[in-house]
Design a protein around this ligand. Structure first.
Ligand SMILES: [Fe+2]
Length: 172
């Protein structure tokens, strides 16, 4: 684990983890508040030796327990996820660079159509439950890296990632 360095941040995330066992909307509000605090912090990841993978994205585990895992994602130019939904809550904020988020609607269990897209800039925060409309794809099609911070409602020792289903783009 790359580990978040500040003891205060660790305590903040431990409290958030405890909150994740309670009411879902209260948890999402708490996760948003944590991200709002962290994404604007200069030097948040200065002491973290971030993994970078040319042409794709790399996940860096900063904090993890039974309830939540917190990751810094480094999106190199050309990086893109598959089209996916999540088996757990998914909250993220952009620290630097720019990520294009494409949103989709499933038309069956394997195919999805585009419903829209937005450029996510530094400071942008999103919090979603798996029960909501949350099929998306994240793309860095700029020529500079982007970094985002993700808080997922899964134990990193139990699940490989937050992805539940993978979809193919449906031809219309
Ligand atoms: Fe996702």
């Amino acid at each position: 684990m790359a580990e978040i360095q500040h003891a205060t941040d660790t305590r903040l995330l431990e409290r958030l983890s405890a909150a994740s066992r309670g009411d879902a909307s209260d948890y999402l509000a708490s996760a948003r508040a944590v991200l709002e605090r962290l994404v604007v912090r200069p030097g948040l990841l200065d002491d973290v030796d971030l993994v970078r993978k040319p042409g794709t994205y790399a996940r860096n585990l900063l904090f993890g327990d039974d309830e939540i895992s917190v990751w810094a994602m480094v999106w190199m130019p050309g990086a893109r996820t598959c089209i996916h939904d999540h088996h757990c809550s998914c909250c993220f904020g952009v620290l630097s660079g720019q990520i294009r988020e494409v949103r989709f609607r499933a038309i069956n269990e394997r195919q999805a159509v585009v419903t829209g897209e937005k450029l996510r800039q530094p400071g942008y925060i999103a919090c979603m439950l798996p029960s909501g409309p949350n099929i998306h794809q994240m793309i860095n099609d700029t020529d500079v890296e982007a970094i985002s911070l993700h808080i997922y409602g899964f134990d990193h020792r139990q699940h490989a990632s937050s992805i539940d289903h993978e979809y193919q783009l449906a031809a219309l």
